[in-house]
Design a protein around this ligand. Structure first.
Ligand code: DNO
Length: 357
């Protein structure tokens, strides 16, 4: 594995490349052109400029999170072929710049969904949290405003105000889209992009739906072992792979995370490793990374990744806000840095333990 951290780009992130470079063991960043819109073509010159900026800091781009998918592709709308064409060209441009991993999601309307961005924990830190009760009490149009006050002046990934202003329109686009149709549209998209992925050796890594169940009655398909294996078989190409995100699949306590990792051997191209703490099956917060702080056995999760021979980028996922840091919720420096070194410690112990038999 390679330890990485997510970085949103100069002007968007409160954390600098220089700071990331000083986190022990981190050699790469996972980044994006944060000001592009879904469906837009990424120009090679802009990708190169981003790459040069990252490399000047002594790091490298280990992958992109995300190249977002236009809703016409997800719904099978009238302009989908045009947007797929742009996506193909974007992948080619990334490939030409020697970037070989792309994380994306196929979630309708809302990307990851939290109902609190600053739940106060007993130690005084704050964390992102979710309760189904809070979602059930809202209409979708109010979802964005219910959390906007806690974004610390940043734009959360998937919660761009331009998109959120169109929530009603977006819901209308999905009126006739159920799980089966979403699967079919995903297949159509993947089949169209596999040739360019093979040509440039680009590993596509779909991010799970978070939470791993339907919100506001929208279809959600990347939620369980059964569904993700269906997706792998549906387009059976090693470039059609997954982002294994423990915090997202883990929202559904029925998901056996180490078992899922083992069943996805060879198809995990990227790993997000984080812990959750549950108060009930539908009320959880994003806990500090160590096992002792949450519900998951992080040792078993990292061990499963080690045992399947995972070699891709791994990143600590959302962190709490600690030590007075004001940052994009979930994406401050300090708690993620603690997460990175913790995961590195687990990995080293597992690796050396295995070698010494
Ligand atoms: C949240 C992230 C997601 C993820 C996208 C991938 O912090 O994990 O927004 O990046 O779903 O496209």
């Amino acid at each position: 594995m390679e330890m990485t951290m997510r970085w949103f780009g100069t002007g968007f992130d409160t954390v600098t490349l220089r700071q990331i470079r000083q986190v022990p063991g981190v050699t790469g960043v996972i980044t994006t052109l944060y000001d592009t819109q879904p469906g837009q073509l990424w120009e090679q010159a802009r990708i190169r400029a981003l790459k040069e900026e990252v490399e000047a800091s002594g790091l490298h781009i280990a992958g992109i999170e995300s190249v977002n998918i236009h809703d016409d592709i997800k719904t099978g709308g009238g302009r989908r072929d045009e947007y797929i064409e742009n996506y193909i060209q974007t992948l080619a441009n990334l490939g030409k710049e020697d970037i070989h991993m792309v994380c994306y999601n196929f979630m309708p309307v809302f990307d990851w969904t939290r109902t609190e961005l600053a739940r106060v924990l007993p130690d005084g830190s704050t964390a992102l949290a979710y309760t189904q009760e809070a979602v059930d009490a809202l209409v979708p149009e109010d979802m964005f405003n219910s959390i906007a006050g806690d974004m610390n002046g940043t734009v959360l990934p998937g919660w761009e105000p331009e998109r959120m202003a169109k929530v009603k329109e977006l819901f209308a686009m999905y009126r006739d889209v159920d799980d089966e149709k979403l699967f079919a549209n995903l297949k159509y998209f993947l089949e169209a992009i596999m040739p360019v992925c093979s040509k440039y050796d680009i590993n596509m890594a779909i991010h799970p739906d978070d939470p791993a169940w339907s919100v506001f009655g929208l279809p959600r398909i990347i939620t369980s072992e059964e569904n993700i294996l269906r997706m792998m078989r549906m387009v059976d190409d090693p470039h059609n792979g997954v982002t294994f995100c423990s915090g997202s699949y883990g929202t559904n306590l029925k998901n056996d995370l180490p078992h899922m990792i083992r069943s996805l051997k060879g198809r995990i191209h990227f790993a997000h490793v984080r812990n959750l703490k549950f108060h009930s099956p539908t009320n959880f917060e994003e806990a500090p990374h160590p096992s002792a702080c949450g519900t998951f056995d992080m040792y078993e999760i990292v061990k499963a990744l080690y045992e399947i021979g995972f070699t891709g980028p791994i990143r600590p996922d959302h962190g709490r806000s600690i030590w007075g840091e004001v940052a994009m919720p979930g994406y401050g420096l300090y708690d993620r840095a603690l997460g990175a070194t913790y995961i590195e410690g687990l990995w080293e112990a597992i690796e050396k333990g295995a070698r010494r038999g």
